[in-house]
Write a protein of this length. Structure first.
Length: 160
């Protein structure tokens, strides 16, 4: 099913006892509102980098709390996004889990993330709790990296 088809997601959710999670492709509190009102998922996965940042995701978490829904933020984008997500996680009562566990920040931040018994400690420095490693970043400036491109057999661009 397409992630934006909330009615079908609600049908699936109402037909199982397995918790359903969604949200990495929802970008505003209004998109999450529809999911919550239709009780289409019990776990929301806002992506801080796409859903409006820390404050907007805090609003989404508050909305979810009113519906007894947990928050498991989506975060595949890197150490700065992960640091911001971790700060959100620590500030909401309905935090469940944080996606992005393979992100270490090695070569980007001075003190890379290190798991401790399956947990990521909250960064405690100023701001987001991390400090960029400018020396390590020097060779990454001016790169020509692009998102992976995937095409259908007919040449149409499709999501990767």
């Amino acid at each position: 099913m397409q992630a934006q088809n909330v009615d079908v997601l609600a049908d699936i959710t109402h037909s199982t006892h397995v918790p359903i999670a969604t949200g990495e492709r929802l970008f505003t509190k209004w998109g999450f509102r529809e999911v919550l009102e239709k009780r289409a998922a019990s776990i929301l996965q806002p992506d801080l980098s796409h859903a409006g940042g820390i404050m907007e995701c805090r609003i989404i978490a508050g909305m979810a709390e009113a519906y007894y829904a947990g928050i498991a933020p989506h975060c595949p984008l890197g150490p700065i996004a992960l640091a911001a997500s971790l700060q959100l996680d620590a500030a909401i009562p309905n935090f469940l889990a944080q996606e992005g566990g393979r992100i270490t920040g090695e070569g980007y931040i001075k003190t890379p993330f290190r798991h401790e018994n399956g947990f990521l400690p909250l960064p405690t420095g100023p701001g987001l709790g991390i400090e960029l490693d400018e020396d390590a970043l020097a060779d990454k400036i001016g790169h020509d990296w692009q998102n992976h491109k995937t095409y259908a057999e007919d040449g149409a661009a499709i999501d990767w």
